[in-house]
Ligand binder design. Structure first.
Ligand SMILES: [Zn+2]
Length: 642
């Protein structure tokens, strides 16, 4: 948990927000079971039967169909597609709770200044747009936009603008409203020798907005016939504008991206706008930079399938190759689209129509396929040498991606590669292993970047009901913990006893579980319990920021409800010996037993490695044999009991 979000602030925000009211603003909710739950149409998938259930007592929600679930923070994060910090801020504002400096990381003064920046940028946006549609001086700009095929509806909706050919126009307009210094901080004007001048002189302006639709910067394009040597000019970065994170059109494209499950990333404003005007709205543009990891991470929150479109020329091809190298490692379904006949997306959609464009997006080859085709074209696969080079290059690409190691996707890719090159699959696997081992000594990408997607996948597997026997054992324990928090002191006591009778730290005690997400949840429970061992459900949720972890908690909680665990534990009564409900004791015993079985397997393995060797046993061997004998005795007792 990060220290920048103080627990009491989160608790205040949670206490000040009722989940039924919050979700009710987006979804029509109907009470059910006498108001113990509410149901409505899920806003995270195309829902025709109400599948979203809201639990006022737990302050959680869950969709039965698409498995989205969590608490108030999850709801805002998923719906607004924002990070935890933003969700916290949005909810704090909604609940009218002042945001402590520590949370935003900004002083009150900075906070005020940010608000001022947004205000002046919004004002400039209005000025530019008004100028474009009303001013006689903007006639050439209007003509240019119409000639590019943009109609007035689009110009209004996307608030395109124009800055006249006058180096102090905006400064004049701002007199008595905003100080020049503020305009400069908003990067609306530049400064030279103590004098300010307008930035976007005689340019058509495209407003760059953040995900919440607030203007943060402008992209200016020269008009035809201009003497300026820069065709495009973007606002420099500011306190509210970071171009490596933002994508043009994201505010308008969000819903369409979510609905389509895919997003097309173009390289220019006009490509993006032309697609939108033709009704293909799941399209955004980078801001004159190459796609970054931050972009991909941002897009991943909206859709799994990210389609990069590149011009059909050579520059486009090599940009595409670089993108494959860079993003094959990301946990997205990355596709590469190159347009026929060296057209750009605007030309293509205008010429071929939206349906053809949609089809192309739909059928864009996977990044891997694209890489294979490109490599194949480079070396050919008609000769042994060509095949060998293609194989080496493709495996070198895979070797860079530790997340893929040993997983199903990698298996498929290798089988495919082996088959296409006519090389035995085992040889391909062995070669990849060699390459990976060669890389092992090199510095790694950040551990966290590798682990996070893995965790989400693991949670996904559970909530879709694909549970192994081990998962079931482990879920049982957590379900009881969530349903009967009163029993938690016992759980903690039991799990915290180390081998030598010492007390274990939460992360050590949690090791009784193997599933990474379940283990992390148990660790969080152990950490969040108060000194007496009491546990509160909302405290556990508060301590977890990760949406997939919260989804897991709500899913477990719901399983516990459907089994009526809380009720059953009560009726089963307390164990006379240690005050522990029977179900819980059974669950802990099962886990303990599993641990013993495992260590016995290790013992058996060590013994078998010794074979039938010397008749006299060394002390270590004797100890192992003794352990094995004890294990078998305990197993007999265990069987007799159950
Ligand atoms: Zn749903």
């Amino acid at each position: 948990m990060s220290v920048e979000f103080p627990q009491d602030f989160r608790e205040a925000v949670r206490a000040g927000t009722d989940i039924v009211g919050l979700i009710g603003e987006a979804v029509t909710l109907q009470p059910r079971s006498g108001g113990r739950e509410y149901v409505g149409l899920c806003c995270f998938h195309e829902d025709h039967n109400p599948s979203m259930v809201v639990y006022p007592d737990r302050q959680t929600f869950r969709c039965w169909s698409c498995n989205t679930g969590g608490d108030i923070f999850t709801f805002v994060m998923e719906r607004e597609k924002v990070e935890f910090r933003d969700a916290l801020e949005i909810l704090a504002r909604r609940a009218e709770i002042p945001i402590p400096k520590k949370v935003s990381g900004r002083t009150e003064h900075e906070e005020h200044n940010r608000a001022k920046l947004f205000e002046v940028l919004q004002w400039a946006d209005n000025m530019f747009h008004k100028c474009l549609v009303e001013s006689p001086a903007a006639a050439p700009a209007r003509e240019y936009l119409h000639s590019r095929g943009f109609n007035d509806d689009l110009i209004d909706e996307y608030r395109l603008g124009y800055h006249p050919n006058d180096w102090t126009w905006l400064i004049e307009q701002s007199k008595f409203k905003y100080p020049e210094k503020l305009l400069h901080e908003a990067r609306l004007v530049g400064e030279k020798d103590g004098r300010y001048y307008d930035y976007f002189v005689d340019r058509v302006l495209f407003t760059i907005r953040n995900e919440r639709g607030q203007p943060v910067a402008f992209g200016g394009r020269v008009l035809p016939g201009s003497t300026s040597n820069a065709k495009y000019f973007n606002s420099p970065e500011s306190a509210v504008f970071h171009k490596s994170r933002l994508l043009y059109g994201i505010d308008k494209a969000r819903d369409a991206i979510r609905d389509a499950g895919s997003v097309l990333v173009t390289e220019g404003y006009t490509d993006c706008l032309t697609c939108h005007q033709h009704g293909v709205k799941n399209v955004v543009a980078t801001l004159g930079t190459a796609l970054t990891d931050a972009h991909v991470t941002a897009l991943k929150r909206f859709a799994r399938k990210v389609v990069l479109v590149f011009d059909g020329d050579d520059a486009g091809q090599s940009a595409a190759s670089r993108a494959v190298e860079r993003f094959l490692a990301q946990d997205v379904d990355l596709r590469i689209l190159t347009l026929p006949g060296k057209q750009d997306p605007a030309e293509y959609i205008t010429f071929a129509g939206p349906e053809a464009m949609r089809q192309l997006i739909e059928r864009a080859p996977e990044a891997w396929e694209f890489a294979f085709r490109t490599t194949q074209m480079k070396y050919g696969i008609d000769t042994i040498d060509g095949k060998h080079r293609v194989l080496e290059e493709m495996l070198a690409l895979l070797a860079q991606i530790p997340q893929l190691a040993e997983n199903v996707k990698e298996g498929l890719l290798l089988a495919n590669l082996a088959q296409r090159l006519g090389v035995p699959e085992q040889r391909v696997r062995d070669r990849l292993k060699e390459l990976r081992q060669g890389r092992r000594n090199q510095p790694h990408r950040s551990e966290e970047a590798v682990e996070r997607p893995a965790m989400a996948t693991e949670v996904d597997r559970l909530v879709r009901g694909r549970l192994s026997r081990d998962d079931r054992l482990e879920c049982d324990l957590l379900e009881i913990i969530l349903a009967v928090p009163a029993a938690f002191p016992y759980v903690r006591r039991t799990l915290s006893i180390g081998k030598e009778g010492g007390s274990l730290e939460p992360h050590e005690a949690a090791e009784v579980l193997r599933h990474p997400a379940l283990r992390m949840l148990l660790q969080t429970c152990l950490e969040q319990a108060n000194p007496g061992g009491a546990l509160s459900f909302s405290k556990v949720l508060d301590a977890l920021e990760d949406t997939s972890m919260k989804r897991l908690v709500v899913w477990l909680d719901e399983r516990a409800r459907s089994k009526d665990l809380a009720g059953r534990v009560e009726t089963l009564g307390n164990d006379p010996v240690d005050d522990c409900p029977m179900l819980l004791r059974r669950s802990l015993n099962n886990l303990k037993w599993r641990g013993e079985e495992q260590s016995n397997q290790r013992v058996a393995m060590q013994l078998s490695q010794h074979g039938d060797g010397p008749q006299t046993l060394d002390p270590a061997m004797e100890a192992l044999l003794r352990q094995a004998a004890e294990f078998h005795q305990r197993r007999a007792t265990q069987r007799a009991e159950s």
